[in-house]
Design a protein around this ligand. Structure first.
Ligand SMILES: NC(=O)c1ccc[n+]([C@@H]2O[C@H](COP(=O)([O-])OP(=O)(O)OC[C@H]3O[C@@H](n4cnc5c(N)ncnc54)[C@H](OP(=O)(O)O)[C@@H]3O)[C@@H](O)[C@H]2O)c1
Length: 294
Protein backbone atom coordinates (compact mmCIF):
# COMPACT_ATOMS: atom_id res chain seq x y z
CA UNK A 1 0.00 0.00 0.00
CA UNK A 2 1.21 3.48 -0.81
CA UNK A 3 1.89 5.61 2.28
CA UNK A 4 0.76 8.71 0.37
CA UNK A 5 -2.81 7.37 0.43
CA UNK A 6 -3.16 7.19 4.20
CA UNK A 7 -5.45 9.74 5.87
CA UNK A 8 -2.46 10.99 7.87
CA UNK A 9 -0.48 11.79 4.74
CA UNK A 10 -3.39 13.17 2.74
CA UNK A 11 -5.18 15.31 5.30
CA UNK A 12 -2.49 16.92 7.46
CA UNK A 13 -1.49 20.58 7.11
CA UNK A 14 1.98 20.20 8.58
CA UNK A 15 3.97 23.43 8.44
CA UNK A 16 1.26 25.53 6.80
CA UNK A 17 1.30 29.29 7.33
CA UNK A 18 -2.21 30.71 7.16
CA UNK A 19 -4.13 33.94 7.68
CA UNK A 20 -7.77 33.68 8.74
CA UNK A 21 -9.87 36.83 8.73
CA UNK A 22 -12.69 36.71 11.25
CA UNK A 23 -10.60 34.03 12.97
CA UNK A 24 -11.53 35.07 16.52
CA UNK A 25 -15.06 33.67 16.51
CA UNK A 26 -17.51 31.23 14.92
CA UNK A 27 -16.46 29.48 11.73
CA UNK A 28 -13.11 31.35 11.52
CA UNK A 29 -12.20 30.15 15.01
CA UNK A 30 -13.13 26.56 14.05
CA UNK A 31 -10.83 26.93 11.03
CA UNK A 32 -7.91 28.33 13.04
CA UNK A 33 -8.29 25.51 15.56
CA UNK A 34 -8.33 22.66 13.05
CA UNK A 35 -5.30 24.06 11.22
CA UNK A 36 -3.30 24.23 14.46
CA UNK A 37 -4.40 20.79 15.69
CA UNK A 38 -3.27 19.31 12.38
CA UNK A 39 0.20 20.77 12.13
CA UNK A 40 0.10 24.48 11.18
CA UNK A 41 3.34 26.40 11.71
CA UNK A 42 1.65 29.79 12.13
CA UNK A 43 -1.97 31.01 11.92
CA UNK A 44 -2.65 34.75 11.95
CA UNK A 45 -6.21 35.57 13.02
CA UNK A 46 -7.62 38.95 12.03
CA UNK A 47 -10.63 40.90 13.29
CA UNK A 48 -11.65 44.19 14.83
CA UNK A 49 -12.02 42.98 18.43
CA UNK A 50 -8.53 42.55 19.83
CA UNK A 51 -9.63 41.02 23.17
CA UNK A 52 -11.54 38.28 21.41
CA UNK A 53 -8.59 37.53 19.12
CA UNK A 54 -6.15 37.37 22.02
CA UNK A 55 -8.40 35.02 23.97
CA UNK A 56 -8.76 32.77 20.90
CA UNK A 57 -4.96 32.68 20.45
CA UNK A 58 -4.45 31.90 24.16
CA UNK A 59 -7.07 29.13 24.08
CA UNK A 60 -5.71 27.41 20.98
CA UNK A 61 -1.93 27.83 21.21
CA UNK A 62 -0.32 31.28 21.63
CA UNK A 63 2.97 30.04 20.13
CA UNK A 64 1.25 29.33 16.81
CA UNK A 65 -1.83 31.57 16.69
CA UNK A 66 -1.10 35.28 16.37
CA UNK A 67 -3.87 37.81 17.07
CA UNK A 68 -3.77 40.73 14.66
CA UNK A 69 -6.40 43.44 15.07
CA UNK A 70 -7.56 44.89 11.77
CA UNK A 71 -10.50 45.80 9.59
CA UNK A 72 -11.00 44.16 6.19
CA UNK A 73 -12.94 47.18 4.94
CA UNK A 74 -9.81 49.32 5.28
CA UNK A 75 -7.18 48.91 2.58
CA UNK A 76 -4.54 50.48 4.85
CA UNK A 77 -5.39 48.12 7.68
CA UNK A 78 -5.11 45.00 5.50
CA UNK A 79 -1.89 46.18 3.88
CA UNK A 80 -0.45 46.83 7.34
CA UNK A 81 -1.34 43.27 8.41
CA UNK A 82 0.24 41.82 5.25
CA UNK A 83 3.35 43.94 6.00
CA UNK A 84 3.55 42.50 9.51
CA UNK A 85 3.22 38.91 8.23
CA UNK A 86 5.90 39.64 5.61
CA UNK A 87 8.32 40.91 8.25
CA UNK A 88 7.60 38.06 10.70
CA UNK A 89 7.37 35.00 8.41
CA UNK A 90 7.96 36.27 4.86
CA UNK A 91 5.30 34.12 3.13
CA UNK A 92 1.95 32.42 3.54
CA UNK A 93 0.49 29.26 2.02
CA UNK A 94 -3.18 29.87 2.72
CA UNK A 95 -5.45 32.88 3.05
CA UNK A 96 -8.91 32.23 4.44
CA UNK A 97 -11.05 35.29 3.70
CA UNK A 98 -13.76 34.47 6.18
CA UNK A 99 -14.77 37.77 7.83
CA UNK A 100 -18.42 38.51 7.17
CA UNK A 101 -21.50 40.22 8.52
CA UNK A 102 -25.25 39.66 8.17
CA UNK A 103 -27.20 42.31 6.28
CA UNK A 104 -30.52 44.06 6.77
CA UNK A 105 -33.55 41.83 6.23
CA UNK A 106 -36.90 42.58 4.59
CA UNK A 107 -40.23 42.18 6.39
CA UNK A 108 -41.30 38.56 6.61
CA UNK A 109 -44.68 37.27 7.77
CA UNK A 110 -44.79 34.77 10.65
CA UNK A 111 -45.57 31.21 9.50
CA UNK A 112 -49.19 30.95 8.38
CA UNK A 113 -49.74 34.73 8.30
CA UNK A 114 -50.57 36.74 5.17
CA UNK A 115 -47.67 38.58 3.50
CA UNK A 116 -47.30 42.26 4.41
CA UNK A 117 -48.91 44.76 2.03
CA UNK A 118 -46.70 46.37 -0.60
CA UNK A 119 -46.79 49.60 1.40
CA UNK A 120 -45.64 47.82 4.59
CA UNK A 121 -42.95 45.84 2.78
CA UNK A 122 -41.57 48.92 1.04
CA UNK A 123 -41.74 51.19 4.10
CA UNK A 124 -39.90 48.63 6.23
CA UNK A 125 -37.18 48.09 3.63
CA UNK A 126 -36.72 51.81 2.99
CA UNK A 127 -36.18 52.49 6.70
CA UNK A 128 -32.75 50.85 6.28
CA UNK A 129 -30.20 53.48 5.27
CA UNK A 130 -28.43 52.59 2.01
CA UNK A 131 -25.11 52.68 3.88
CA UNK A 132 -26.22 49.67 6.00
CA UNK A 133 -26.89 47.72 2.81
CA UNK A 134 -23.58 48.62 1.19
CA UNK A 135 -21.66 47.92 4.42
CA UNK A 136 -22.61 44.26 3.94
CA UNK A 137 -20.93 44.37 0.53
CA UNK A 138 -17.95 46.23 1.97
CA UNK A 139 -17.15 43.38 4.40
CA UNK A 140 -18.42 40.32 2.51
CA UNK A 141 -17.28 41.17 -1.03
CA UNK A 142 -14.92 44.18 -1.25
CA UNK A 143 -13.15 43.00 1.92
CA UNK A 144 -12.39 39.62 0.33
CA UNK A 145 -11.10 41.28 -2.83
CA UNK A 146 -8.72 43.69 -1.09
CA UNK A 147 -7.56 41.11 1.45
CA UNK A 148 -6.65 38.79 -1.40
CA UNK A 149 -4.75 41.55 -3.21
CA UNK A 150 -2.85 42.40 -0.04
CA UNK A 151 -1.62 38.80 0.37
CA UNK A 152 -0.98 37.84 -3.29
CA UNK A 153 2.79 38.32 -3.15
CA UNK A 154 3.10 36.46 0.14
CA UNK A 155 1.11 33.58 -1.40
CA UNK A 156 3.48 33.58 -4.38
CA UNK A 157 6.47 33.49 -2.03
CA UNK A 158 4.78 30.54 -0.29
CA UNK A 159 4.96 28.65 -3.58
CA UNK A 160 8.69 29.36 -3.82
CA UNK A 161 9.19 27.99 -0.30
CA UNK A 162 7.41 24.78 -1.43
CA UNK A 163 7.04 23.87 2.25
CA UNK A 164 3.71 22.16 1.52
CA UNK A 165 5.22 19.86 -1.09
CA UNK A 166 6.05 20.25 -4.79
CA UNK A 167 2.50 19.66 -6.06
CA UNK A 168 0.69 21.89 -3.56
CA UNK A 169 0.07 25.48 -4.64
CA UNK A 170 -0.83 28.49 -2.52
CA UNK A 171 -4.51 29.06 -2.07
CA UNK A 172 -7.22 31.56 -1.15
CA UNK A 173 -10.38 30.11 0.37
CA UNK A 174 -13.31 32.50 0.80
CA UNK A 175 -16.05 31.62 3.25
CA UNK A 176 -19.10 32.36 1.17
CA UNK A 177 -22.48 30.84 2.05
CA UNK A 178 -25.32 28.74 0.70
CA UNK A 179 -27.12 32.10 0.97
CA UNK A 180 -25.35 32.98 -2.27
CA UNK A 181 -27.48 30.36 -4.04
CA UNK A 182 -30.71 30.78 -2.12
CA UNK A 183 -33.80 32.70 -3.20
CA UNK A 184 -35.50 32.26 0.19
CA UNK A 185 -38.05 35.07 0.69
CA UNK A 186 -37.32 37.00 3.87
CA UNK A 187 -33.56 36.40 3.70
CA UNK A 188 -31.26 39.42 3.49
CA UNK A 189 -30.93 40.72 -0.07
CA UNK A 190 -27.66 42.38 0.90
CA UNK A 191 -26.18 39.25 2.53
CA UNK A 192 -27.28 36.69 -0.05
CA UNK A 193 -26.27 38.81 -3.04
CA UNK A 194 -22.92 39.68 -1.42
CA UNK A 195 -22.27 35.94 -1.01
CA UNK A 196 -23.25 35.25 -4.63
CA UNK A 197 -20.77 37.99 -5.51
CA UNK A 198 -17.93 36.49 -3.50
CA UNK A 199 -18.51 32.99 -4.87
CA UNK A 200 -18.29 34.33 -8.41
CA UNK A 201 -15.32 36.54 -7.51
CA UNK A 202 -13.38 33.47 -6.34
CA UNK A 203 -14.13 31.67 -9.61
CA UNK A 204 -12.92 34.72 -11.54
CA UNK A 205 -9.78 34.89 -9.39
CA UNK A 206 -9.12 31.17 -9.91
CA UNK A 207 -8.87 31.96 -13.62
CA UNK A 208 -7.13 35.34 -13.34
CA UNK A 209 -4.48 34.05 -10.93
CA UNK A 210 -3.38 31.08 -13.05
CA UNK A 211 -0.22 32.97 -14.16
CA UNK A 212 0.62 33.57 -10.49
CA UNK A 213 0.01 29.93 -9.50
CA UNK A 214 -2.50 30.92 -6.80
CA UNK A 215 -5.56 28.70 -6.41
CA UNK A 216 -8.93 30.08 -5.28
CA UNK A 217 -11.73 28.00 -3.78
CA UNK A 218 -14.96 28.59 -1.91
CA UNK A 219 -16.35 27.16 1.30
CA UNK A 220 -20.16 27.53 1.33
CA UNK A 221 -21.51 26.62 4.77
CA UNK A 222 -25.15 26.07 5.67
CA UNK A 223 -26.44 26.84 9.17
CA UNK A 224 -23.74 26.93 11.88
CA UNK A 225 -24.37 28.41 15.36
CA UNK A 226 -22.46 31.70 15.64
CA UNK A 227 -23.04 35.36 16.48
CA UNK A 228 -23.85 36.05 12.83
CA UNK A 229 -26.33 33.16 12.62
CA UNK A 230 -27.94 33.69 16.05
CA UNK A 231 -31.09 35.27 14.53
CA UNK A 232 -31.53 32.31 12.17
CA UNK A 233 -30.86 29.77 14.94
CA UNK A 234 -33.30 31.46 17.35
CA UNK A 235 -35.97 31.36 14.65
CA UNK A 236 -35.40 27.72 13.69
CA UNK A 237 -34.67 26.24 17.12
CA UNK A 238 -36.24 28.54 19.73
CA UNK A 239 -36.16 25.81 22.42
CA UNK A 240 -32.41 25.30 21.79
CA UNK A 241 -32.79 21.55 21.30
CA UNK A 242 -29.82 21.36 18.95
CA UNK A 243 -32.04 19.63 16.39
CA UNK A 244 -33.64 21.07 13.25
CA UNK A 245 -36.66 19.85 11.28
CA UNK A 246 -35.90 17.58 8.33
CA UNK A 247 -37.85 19.97 6.11
CA UNK A 248 -35.34 22.73 7.02
CA UNK A 249 -32.12 20.69 7.07
CA UNK A 250 -32.27 17.09 5.84
CA UNK A 251 -29.40 16.29 8.24
CA UNK A 252 -31.76 17.38 11.08
CA UNK A 253 -29.16 19.47 12.92
CA UNK A 254 -27.11 22.63 12.59
CA UNK A 255 -23.52 22.28 11.44
CA UNK A 256 -20.80 21.65 14.00
CA UNK A 257 -17.07 22.20 14.40
CA UNK A 258 -16.21 18.79 12.91
CA UNK A 259 -18.17 19.61 9.74
CA UNK A 260 -16.10 22.74 9.10
CA UNK A 261 -12.92 20.97 10.22
CA UNK A 262 -13.42 18.13 7.73
CA UNK A 263 -14.07 20.48 4.83
CA UNK A 264 -11.13 22.73 5.66
CA UNK A 265 -8.70 19.85 6.04
CA UNK A 266 -9.81 18.54 2.66
CA UNK A 267 -9.44 21.97 1.01
CA UNK A 268 -6.17 22.92 2.70
CA UNK A 269 -4.23 19.64 2.68
CA UNK A 270 -2.71 17.42 -0.02
CA UNK A 271 -6.17 15.85 -0.36
CA UNK A 272 -7.46 19.07 -1.94
CA UNK A 273 -4.30 20.05 -3.84
CA UNK A 274 -6.03 19.59 -7.22
CA UNK A 275 -9.00 21.87 -6.35
CA UNK A 276 -9.09 25.24 -8.08
CA UNK A 277 -12.28 27.26 -8.67
CA UNK A 278 -14.29 24.77 -6.59
CA UNK A 279 -17.22 25.40 -4.28
CA UNK A 280 -17.50 23.08 -1.29
CA UNK A 281 -21.04 23.16 0.12
CA UNK A 282 -21.30 21.97 3.75
CA UNK A 283 -24.95 22.31 4.67
CA UNK A 284 -26.47 18.97 5.73
CA UNK A 285 -28.58 19.17 2.56
CA UNK A 286 -30.15 22.57 3.38
CA UNK A 287 -29.92 23.82 -0.21
CA UNK A 288 -32.13 20.97 -1.41
CA UNK A 289 -34.98 22.35 0.71
CA UNK A 290 -34.70 25.88 -0.69
CA UNK A 291 -35.61 27.57 -3.92
CA UNK A 292 -32.08 28.02 -5.09
CA UNK A 293 -29.80 28.51 -8.04
CA UNK A 294 -27.24 25.85 -7.12
N1 LIG B 1 -22.79 30.75 10.75
C1 LIG B 1 -23.39 30.43 9.63
O1 LIG B 1 -24.46 29.81 9.65
C2 LIG B 1 -22.78 30.81 8.31
C3 LIG B 1 -23.30 30.20 7.16
C4 LIG B 1 -22.72 30.51 5.94
C5 LIG B 1 -21.66 31.37 5.87
N2 LIG B 1 -21.18 31.95 7.00
C6 LIG B 1 -20.05 32.86 6.85
O2 LIG B 1 -19.04 32.48 7.75
C7 LIG B 1 -18.20 33.61 8.00
C8 LIG B 1 -17.96 33.70 9.50
O3 LIG B 1 -19.20 34.01 10.14
P1 LIG B 1 -19.65 33.32 11.50
O4 LIG B 1 -20.95 32.66 11.25
O5 LIG B 1 -18.55 32.55 12.07
O6 LIG B 1 -20.01 34.59 12.41
P2 LIG B 1 -19.17 35.43 13.45
O7 LIG B 1 -18.77 34.60 14.60
O8 LIG B 1 -19.98 36.65 13.68
O9 LIG B 1 -17.84 35.77 12.64
C9 LIG B 1 -17.67 36.89 11.84
C10 LIG B 1 -16.23 37.32 12.03
O10 LIG B 1 -15.92 38.33 11.07
C11 LIG B 1 -15.19 39.35 11.73
N3 LIG B 1 -15.42 40.61 11.03
C12 LIG B 1 -16.61 41.21 10.77
N4 LIG B 1 -16.41 42.38 10.16
C13 LIG B 1 -15.07 42.53 10.05
C14 LIG B 1 -14.24 43.55 9.53
N5 LIG B 1 -14.75 44.67 9.01
N6 LIG B 1 -12.90 43.37 9.57
C15 LIG B 1 -12.36 42.24 10.10
N7 LIG B 1 -13.10 41.26 10.61
C16 LIG B 1 -14.44 41.40 10.60
C17 LIG B 1 -15.74 39.36 13.15
O11 LIG B 1 -14.81 39.89 14.07
P3 LIG B 1 -14.90 41.42 14.57
O12 LIG B 1 -16.37 41.74 14.74
O13 LIG B 1 -14.13 41.44 15.83
O14 LIG B 1 -14.27 42.23 13.50
C18 LIG B 1 -15.99 37.89 13.40
O15 LIG B 1 -14.85 37.27 13.97
C19 LIG B 1 -18.93 34.82 7.42
O16 LIG B 1 -18.38 35.18 6.19
C20 LIG B 1 -20.35 34.30 7.23
O17 LIG B 1 -21.04 34.99 6.23
C21 LIG B 1 -21.72 31.69 8.22
Amino acid sequence: MSASLTAGALFNVNGIVAVVTGGGSGIGLMIAKVLVINGAHRVYIVGRREDMLRKAAEDINPDIVIAVPGDVTSRDSILQIAGRVRSEVGYINLLIANAGIMGPKPLKPATGEAPPSIAEYRAHALKTPMTDFTETYAVNASGVYYTTLAFMELLATGNKKANMGPDWRSQVIATSSIGGFSRLPGASFAYNSSKAAVTHMMKMMATAFVPYKIRCNVLAPGIFPSDLASGIMNGLDPEKTGRLEQAIVPGERPGKEEDIAGAILYLASQAGAYLNGSVVVVDGGRLSTLVSTY
